[in-house]
Design a protein around this ligand. Structure first.
Ligand SMILES: [Zn+2]
Length: 291
C-alpha cells in the first residue's frame, strides 16, 4: 500500500487527528543511507514524526526537525512540507545496538541527553525556531513535548516501525492527536489512555488495519469526519543545477583546484545522491564565470 497521511477532525470533541502509513518512505530513507537496524528504527521513527509534524503545516510551509543526542547516532535531521514531501538523514547510519525488551534500542542510539530543534519556514523572513531538551529520546515522546511546551497545545504523538535484522522496515506509521483550543484537552487525555489499551500503531498497521480503521477504533463513539488523505513521499530537493550553484559559489580558485584534482563530487546529506563533475564539466563552469 502507498504511504499516506489521513487527517480527521472531531468538532464534537475539539480534537484533530493525523494517522499515517510511512513504510515506503522510511525504506527509501533507510536504503539511501544504508542504515543498520537500530539506526533504521530511529530514522524510521524520525521520518514518520517529521511527516506528522508536516501534516500540521499550512499550505507552502516547511519544517525541519533535528534530534541531537549524546548517543552513537549523533544527530538526525528530518524535513517535511505541507505537500507530504519528506526527507531526512542520520549522521551515523552504521549504528546497530543489542535489542532491549522494547525492541530496537532507539533511546540508547540517540542518547538520553540532547536537544530537539524545530525550525519552521512559514514564509516569514525570520525562521521561528524552538529548542528543547530531549524529553524521552524515543522521537514520539520528544515531539509530544515539543508540541506541548513550544506550541502550548495538548498533544500526543506515537510513531513506530517494525525493522528486521537487515534494517528493512516491514511497516512504519504514526498517530498525532491535538486538542483544538479552547476545547479538546480532556479528550486528548482520554484518547491517550485509549491508545495505551490498544496495540502500538505499527502492530495495528502490520495486522492489516488501514489508518482509516485505526481512526475508527481510536475515536470509537466520538463523531469525526475524514478531512483529507494526503500521499506521503521521500523526496529530496537537491539537483544537479543546485550542486552547480554550490560549486560556483566556491569561486574560481577553488574550482581550478578541483579541476587539478580531476573531478568534484557533491554528495547530498539528505538523500546521498552523488553529483559528479568531471574535468569537462568543471571547465564549462569556469567558462560560465564572469570574471
Ligand atoms: Zn538530496
Amino acid at each position: 500500500m502507498d504511504d499516506y497521511l489521513l487527517r480527521v477532525w472531531s468538532r464534537e470533541a475539539g480534537v484533530r487527528g493525523l494517522i499515517c502509513l510511512t513504510t515506503n518512505l522510511v525504506n527509501e530513507g533507510v536504503r539511501r543511507h544504508q542504515a543498520l537496524p537500530t539506526a533504521a528504527a530511529a530514522l524510521g521513527r524520525a521520518l514518520t514524526g517529521g511527516a506528522l509534524i508536516g501534516g500540521l503545516l499550512k499550505v507552502a510551509q516547511r519544517v525541519a526537525v533535528k534530534f541531537e543526542g549524546n548517543g552513537p547516532l549523533k544527530k538526525m535531521i528530518v524535513e517535511s512540507d505541507s505537500n507530504g514531501v519528506v526527507r531526512g538523514y542520520v549522521q551515523e547510519p552504521l549504528v546497530d545496538l543489542p535489542q532491549t525488551a522494547q525492541g530496537h534500542d532507539v533511546v540508547g542510539a540517540i542518547g538520553v541527553a540532547g536537544l530537539l530543534t524545530v525550525v519552521k519556514d512559514v514564509g516569514l523572513r525570520d525562521l521561528p525556531q524552538s529548542v528543547i531538551p530531549l524529553a524521552t529520546s524515543t522521537i514520539d515522546g520528544d515531539l509530544t513535548a515539543y508540541l506541548e511546551q513550544s506550541e502550548q497545545i495538548t498533544s500526543m504523538v506515537q510513531v513506530g516501525s517494525i525493522v528486521d535484522e537487515t534494517g528493512y522496515t516491514t511497516i512504519a506509521g504514526g498517530i498525532l492527536l491535538q486538542a483544538m483550543p479552547p476545547r479538546g484537552a480532556d479528550v486528548v487525555q482520554l484518547l491517550r489512555e485509549c491508545l495505551q489499551e490498544m496495540p502500538p500503531i505499527e502492530v495495528m498497521l502490520a495486522s492489516g488495519q488501514t489508518p482509516e480503521q485505526v481512526a475508527k477504533q481510536l475515536f470509537g463513539e466520538l463523531a469525526y469526519v475524514e478531512l483529507e488523505k494526503r500521499p506521503l513521499i521521500f523526496q529530496c530537493s537537491c539537483s544537479r543545477a543546485r550542486s552547480e550553484k554550490a560549486l560556483l559559489s566556491l569561486g574560481r580558485a577553488e574550482i581550478e583546484l578541483l579541476l587539478e584534482e580531476g573531478e568534484a563530487v557533491i554528495d547530498c546529506h539528505f538523500c546521498h545522491e552523488r553529483y559528479v563533475f568531471d574535468r569537462d564539466d568543471l571547465e564549462i563552469l569556469l567558462g560560465e564565470m564572469s570574471d
